[in-house]
Design a protein around this ligand. Sequence first.
Ligand SMILES: Cc1ncc(COP(=O)(O)O)c(C=O)c1O
Length: 411
Amino acid sequence: MEKLQAMASLKKSSPNVPFSQEFAQELLNTYGSPLYVYDGDRLRQTIEHITKAVSYPRTKFRFASVTNGNVALLQIFRSNGWGLHANTPGDVYLGLQAGFDASDIVYSGSNLHPAEMAQVLDWGVTTLNLDSLAQVQLCCEIFVNYKYPSLRLGLRLNLPGITDNNRIGVYPIEFAEAIALTRGVGLKVSGLHFYRGTGTNATAAFTQVIDSVINVAQQLPDWEYLDFGGGFGYPYHHGGVAFDWQVFGAELTDRITRLGREIDLVIEPGRAAIAGCATLLAQVVSVKWQGDKQIVGVDTSVANLSVPSVYGGYREIVTWKQGGLHNSQFKTDICGNTTYSRDYLGKNCQLPALKIGDMIAILDVGAYGFAMSSHFLHRPKPAEILLENSTHRLIRQREDYTVLLANQVLK
Ligand SMILES: Cc1ncc(COP(=O)(O)O)c(C=O)c1O
């Protein structure tokens, strides 16, 4: 049975920190460090903001759980009327555990082998966006043998001049063959799926291609739905350009309404929905100075949060500590607790002089945070907790060292 803990004050001393120092300390005392902290209220607000931005009545939102597969968080999306976008059979599995109806799960993935494709269909997923003729053919072969009712097949579009340096997708020139394959087994290609790119904050990059995508979709004789994918950006650089959901929603609604036919619209936001609701709390375990640069060692690593090392992705790092005289800030590297050469959570941050025991907060880690954590460097993974209704509760146990032996075959 999960334990609920009443929350200490969330009052913040500065707009940069996610909650008060007292509260951060209470969380670390209760659950240990490092710790993934999710703000359920903030997540709900973001879901509402995105949902309201697209007024087209036949719109379905499907959260891309590639970004975060914690079942407690998936349930928040479900309770707010969103379905799920599954990139892999594992996403479908987690979605079903979270209580999503299989008909509310859209599979838009790549490169399944036959047993996996059969598994996805056996689980009852009825909308599949496929990214190659070979996957269409495989799906048709399995469909013929099992005759799943009410399957909706879509093609992931590789749009010449826009996404054609991408490995994923089907060119319009291949549509005829896909249609022939599906008709041969009594199926239709009823959907077009388009994914603009990854993490783009430039709203125009999306709005400028709406017409092209719709034009291509109209080449499908049985076209019933448009899935506009994910890839919508999140402003990790605070104060920087942010993806404008209002503009995107209004333009997409306008273009589809003007079509004059009843098309279903699917949107699969990932990071845009969940990035901002989470913080990774950690503690300072070592400080040294190299000239005027502060080298701060913390009790987490890029195995707990790999985006900075894998993509060089920026995540803002803040602390509750006040600077000394004149609030001095120093150039600071925040380093993980290993000697791995890329174990930097942040480079050249501006932070006050820190000391052992101080807390830091790495912001906006809800997407591709825990989901991309690994056992590389052989450290157990952190716990995850959820703040909700003035309480906090554990939503994933902290691992211990036994996890490092899991599935190893010992003599
Ligand atoms: C088909 C599809 N939809 C949605 C997403 C979510 O992407 P993002 O987090 O950029 O919104 C992904 C990510 O891989 C994807 O492949």
